[in-house]
Design a protein around this ligand. Structure first.
Ligand SMILES: [Zn+2]
Length: 256
């Protein structure tokens, strides 16, 4: 196998004209600050690399899966208190999914996996809206939820945003972009309403009131070695799903 045949971004028409894809992966990142030590592209870098690794894993097992270019923006209205954060409202993200689904259906690709890399994005309602309206089977993976058991096993401190998990991954994936000496401790304030503080009640959290530097979760103990363990389990779990998905026949009772 030459090159990276799963990457649509790198393919030419000559490469793919006679080689129909069975499934596609659409990653979503974000453009937002993460404490003082991680770049604005953190979510985009993480999700792109996990998607790429999983597609490679699946391709090597014979699955014809296309990696679509990553959408670099997310639903970020509650982070707009920090400079240069870019928000695309969820309805715009949903429209991107709808347009992608319509295009794939036209090309005969009937399986799409949305790989979400930003906690503020919520694609579940979009999946329900599309259900029965399209011949494309759309499934969704929030990658950090997929490996939650391993994150708790590998990391000492919980990570909400720019903490130990994300910093470990970035130390592995883009070490030249991690400026550890600038990091603060990622302390987040508790809201004064008890129901919110206890997590019984939800809200869109204004990050500029909750944190000093848009970091929630202590990154101190992050290492590239932890990042490698997290990355490998994400690639293996998502990659295995892609193998199964590509092999599955879309009969009347699919996916049961
Ligand atoms: Zn992030």
């Amino acid at each position: 196998m030459e090159g990276h045949p799963w990457r649509l971004e790198e393919a030419t028409l000559a490469d793919i004209r006679w080689q129909p894809y069975e499934a596609a992966v659409l990653p979503f990142g974000a453009t937002e600050c993460h404490n003082l030590h991680l770049p604005y592209g953190t979510d985009t870098i993480e999700v792109s690399r996990i998607a790429d690794g999983a597609c490679e894993f699946a391709w090597r097992k014979g699955a014809k899966v296309a990696l679509l270019p990553t959408v670099p923006y997310g639903a970020d209205r509650n982070l707009l208190g920090f400079p240069m954060v870019i928000n695309l409202d969820q309805r715009i993200l949903d429209a991107i999914v709808e347009g992608t689904v319509e295009s794939l259906e036209k090309h005969g690709v009937r399986k799409l996996v949305i790989l979400n890399g930003h906690g503020g994005n919520e694609f579940a309602p979009c999946l329900r809206t599309l259900h029965g309206k399209t011949g494309v089977f759309v499934s969704l993976c929030d990658w950090w939820r997929m490996i939650d058991d391993k994150v708790r096993e590998i990391c000492a401190n919980p990570d909400d945003h720019g903490g130990e998990m994300e910093t470990s991954l970035m130390k592995l994936l883009a070490p030249e972009l991690v400026r550890m000496e600038r990091a603060d401790h990622g302390a987040a304030r508790n809201p004064r309403l008890k129901g919110l503080a206890r997590g019984w009640i939800k809200m869109a959290r204004p990050f500029h009131l909750m944190t000093d530097n848009c970091g929630s979760g202590n990154p101190e103990l992050a290492t590239a070695e932890k990042g490698k363990r997290l990355y490998e389990v994400a690639v293996e779990r998502l990659g295995s799903y892609l193998v199964e998905l590509c092999a599955a026949k879309m009969d009347a009772s699919f996916p049961y």
